[in-house]
Ligand binder design. Structure first.
Ligand code: OXK
Ligand code: ADP
Length: 587
C-alpha cells in the first residue's frame, strides 16, 4: 500500500510508492520482452515516447506513421515477437492503420498502440481535438482490438494484445490508449500486481495423428510430388525440420517470395526456375505455410493445368497451416494438417521414418529429370540476359550486380518493392538464408521499403540492401532521414527508369501535363541521402553500381545509389499484367 503522509518528506515517499499509466505501459511492455518501439511522437503520446526511451526501450522515431507501422510489422515477422508501433490519435492512427491491415493480411504479429482523445467527447461527437472512434475503425482491419480505460487494466490490455498478435495465426492487433489513461495514478504495489507476463504466447499446436497419416499416405501415392514453402514456413523458424523434410523425401520445392532462402536458392531440389512447369505437372502438392490465394492462382486454372481459368488442374493438396479455416478456401484440400509448422513437419518426418526407416522412396526419376531439364534451360536463358551489358543499364545488368553482392554477403537482408523491380529481383537474386528477403507480400503493397529497411537494420544489426523501383521508393523516401539519424547500415538501390513501370510514356491527350505514369526525368534521388549526411551515388554502369554497393557494405554508412536504367525497360505491372482490366476482356 502507498504510504501517504502530510509531511514534505512523506510526500516524496508517497510519490515514490505510486505509479501511473505512463509507467505501467512501459513496465507491461518490458515485462513481456518488448524492447523496441517504432513510432512518431505527438499528442497525446509525446511524453510516453520520452519515458519509454528513459525506461530503457529503444524508440525509433519515424517521419510518417505508415512507415513506423510497416517497420513494426516486419520486426514481428523477423523476430516472432509482436512489433509495436506507437502513434498519435485520429490522423496518426489512420496513417498506421494501413500497416496494421497489411500485417493482418500477411499474418505478421504487430500491435498498433494509438493514443486517443476524450471518450466522453468522442462518443457524444462534440468535436474534440482529433476526434475519432478509433477502436471501431480498427476492428475490421485487425485480428483483435482492445481499449484500456483504467490504469489498473493496462497489464491485462497489453497481455491480451500480445497473446492475440502471436497465438494461432499471427496478425495485427490494435490497442487504444486514451489520453486520460496516462496520468492516472495507482498504488505502486497494486500496479505491479496488475501486470501480466504472458506465458507461452504462441503455444505449440500438435497435429492430429490421423491427419498426419492421411498426409503421409497421399505423399506416398504421388508420382510427381511438389512442396511449396510460404512465408508462414519462414516465420515459423522451423528451418532445420523443414530442410530435413525436403531432403529426406527428395521432393522438389518452390519457395514463395518471402520463403526464398529458407533453403538456399541454389539447393538442387529447388524448382523455382521451373515454376511454370512444376505447378501444372505436379500431382500431389504439399503446402507449408502458403495460402492458395492469387499468388498461387487460387490453386486452379491454367497455372495448374486446368483447361480454363476456373478449372481445377487435378492436383491433390496437403496443407500444413495453423489456421483450421484455411483448407478448402479455394479448391479442395485432401489432407489438411492443422498445427504449428514446427510440430507438423516434425510429426510428418517422424511418420516417414516410422513407415519407411531410411528407405523412403525418392520421387520417380522421370519427374526429377524433367524438372532438371526445365531448370537448366531457364537458368541458361537467365545467365545470357545477365551477361549482357547494354547502355543504358537494364534491370538484368543492374540486378546482376545485386545478385553477386548478396551472394558475397549472405547475412545481408534484402528489402524489395516495385513492379518490375520486384519481379526481376525475385527471380534474379538468389537468397541463401531464411527470413532475409522482405517484400510486398500478400497485398503487393507499395510503400514498405524504408520502414522494412529501418526495422531490418534495427532488429538484426545486419547490412540491409533495399532494391526499390523509383515509384515504390517515393512512398517512403523521406525515411532516409531516419536511416541517417540512427546511422543504420542501409544501402538503398533505386532502379530508376523515370516512372511507374517505365518512363517513356507521353500524355495521350497532347496536353502539357506529363503522363500520369512518368516522373521528372533524370531525377537525382541520391541528393536526398546527401541532404541528411549519408552517401549518395549516381551509377550509370554496372561497374559504378558494384563499386558503390561494395563501399556501402564495407563502410556500413547509409547510402543511396541512384541506378539509372533504360527508361524503356519495364512492362506494365511487371509479371502480373493479366490483373489489369482491359477493354478487350469480358468482365
Ligand atoms: C525463377 N525463375 C528463374 C529463377 N527463379 N529462372 C532462372 N533462374 C532462377 N533462379 C523463373 C521462373 O521459372 C519463371 O519463369 C520466372 O523466372 C518468374 O519466376 P517467379 O517465381 O517470379 O514466378 P511468377 O510467375 O512471376 O510468379 C507469380 C507470382 C509472382 C504471382 C507469385 O509474380 C509474384 O509474387 N508477384 C507479386 C507481384 C506483386 O506483388 N507486384 C507488386 C504490385 S505492382 P517461367 O518460365 O517458369 O514462368 C503494382 O502495384 O499496380 O502494377 C501494380
Ligand atoms: P505466402 O504469401 O508466402 O504464400 P501466406 O501468407 O499466403 O504465404 O501464407 C502463410 C500461411 O502460414 C498462413 O495461412 C498462416 O496461417 C500460416 N502460418 C503462419 N505462421 C504459422 C505457424 N507458425 N505455423 C503454421 N502455420 C503458420
Amino acid at each position: 500500500m502507498a504510504l501517504v503522509t502530510a509531511t514534505s518528506g512523506g510526500e516524496i515517499e508517497a510519490q515514490a510508492q505510486e505509479t501511473d499509466g505512463f509507467q505501467l505501459v512501459i513496465d507491461a511492455l518490458k515485462l513481456n520482452g518488448i524492447d523496441t518501439i517504432f513510432g512518431l511522437p505527438g499528442i497525446p503520446i509525446t511524453d510516453l515516447t520520452r519515458k519509454l526511451q528513459r525506461g530503457g526501450l529503444r524508440v525509433i522515431s519515424f517521419r510518417h506513421e505508415q512507415n513506423a507501422g510497416y517497420a513494426a510489422s516486419i520486426a514481428g515477422f523477423m523476430t516472432g515477437k509482436p512489433g509495436v508501433c506507437l502513434t498519435v490519435s485520429a490522423p496518426g492512427f489512420l496513417n498506421g492503420l494501413t500497416a496494421l491491415a497489411n500485417a493482418t493480411t500477411n499474418c505478421f504479429p504487430m500491435i498498433l498502440v494509438s493514443g486517443s482523445s476524450e471518450r466522453e467527447i468522442v462518443d457524444l461527437q462534440q468535436g474534440d481535438y482529433e476526434e475519432m472512434d478509433q477502436l471501431a475503425i480498427a476492428r475490421p482491419h485487425a485480428k483483435a482490438a482492445f481499449r484500456v480505460l483504467h490504469a489498473a487494466d493496462i497489464g491485462v490490455g497489453v497481455a491480451r494484445a500480445i497473446r492475440a498478435a502471436l497465438s494461432g495465426r499471427p496478425g495485427g492487433v490494435y490497442l487504444d490508449l486514451p489520453a486520460k489513461l496516462f496520468p492516472q495514478t495507482l498504488d505502486a504495489d497494486a500496479g505491479r500486481k496488475s501486470l501480466i507476463r504472458v506465458v507461452d504466447p504462441a503455444p505449440r499446436q500438435i497435429p492430429a495423428a490421423e491427419a498426419v497419416q492421411r498426409a503421409l499416405e497421399l505423399l506416398q501415392s504421388a508420382e510427381r510430388p511438389l512442396i511449396i514453402l510460404g512465408k508462414g514456413a519462414a516465420y515459423a523458424q522451423a528451418d532445420a525440420a523443414i530442410r530435413a523434410l525436403v531432403e529426406t523425401t527428395g521432393i522438389p520445392y518452390v519457395p514463395m517470395s518471402m520463403a526464398k532462402g529458407l533453403l538456399p536458392d541454389t539447393h538442387e531440389q529447388s524448382a523455382a526456375a521451373a515454376r511454370s512447369y512444376v505447378l501444372p505437372e505436379a500431382d500431389v502438392v504439399l503446402l507449408i505455410g502458403a495460402r492458395l490465394n492469387w499468388l498461387l492462382s487460387h490453386g486452379k486454372g491454367k497455372t495448374w493445368g486446368g483447361k480454363s481459368p476456373q478449372d481445377w488442374g487435378g492436383q491433390k493438396f496437403i496443407q500444413i497451416d495453423i489456421s483450421p479455416q484455411e483448407a478448402d478456401s479455394n479448391v479442395r484440400v485432401d489432407a489438411p494438417v492443422v498445427g504449428d509448422i514446427g510440430s507438423c513437419v516434425a510429426a510428418l518426418l517422424a511418420a516417414i521414418t516410422a513407415t519407411a526407416g531410411s528407405n523412403w522412396a525418392q520421387p520417380p526419376a522421370a519427374w526429377l529429370t524433367a524438372i532438371a531439364e526445365r531448370k537448366t534451360k531457364n537458368v541458361a536463358k537467365l545467365a545470357e540476359a545477365l551477361a549482357s551489358n547494354p547502355t543504358p543499364m537494364n534491370f538484368h545488368s543492374a540486378l546482376n550486380v545485386v545478385r553477386d553482392l548478396v551472394k558475397a554477403n549472405p547475412d545481408a537482408i534484402l528489402v524489395n518493392e516495385g513492379a518490375n523491380a520486384l519481379d526481376f529481383t525475385r527471380s534474379i537474386v538468389d537468397m541463401y538464408q531464411p527470413r532475409k528477403r522482405l517484400d510486398v507480400g500478400t497485398w503487393g503493397v507499395m510503400g514498405i521499403g524504408m520502414g522494412f529497411a529501418v526495422a531490418a537494420a534495427v532488429v538484426s544489426g545486419e547490412q540491409v540492401i533495399a532494391v526499390e523501383g523509383d515509384s515504390a521508393f517515393g512512398f517512403s523516401g523521406m525515411e532516409v532521414e531516419t536511416i541517417c539519424r540512427y546511422r543504420l547500415p542501409v544501402c538503398v538501390v533505386i532502379l530508376n527508369n523515370n516512372g511507374v513501370y517505365r518512363g517513356d510514356e507521353v500524355n495521350a491527350s497532347g496536353g502539357r501535363d506529363p503522363s500520369p505514369l512518368v516522373f521528372v526525368k533524370g531525377a537525382r534521388y541520391e541528393k536526398l541521402m546527401e541532404a541528411f549526411g549519408g552517401v549518395g551515388v549516381r551509377a550509370t554502369t554496372p561497374a559504378e553500381l558494384r563499386r558503390a554497393m561494395e563501399e556501402a557494405i564495407r563502410s556500413r554508412q547509409p547510402t543511396l545509389i541512384n541506378a539509372v536504367i533504360d527508361e524503356k525497360a519495364g512492362t506494365e505491372s511487371g509479371r502480373i499484367t493479366s490483373l489489369n482490366p482491359s477493354a478487350k476482356k469480358k468482365p
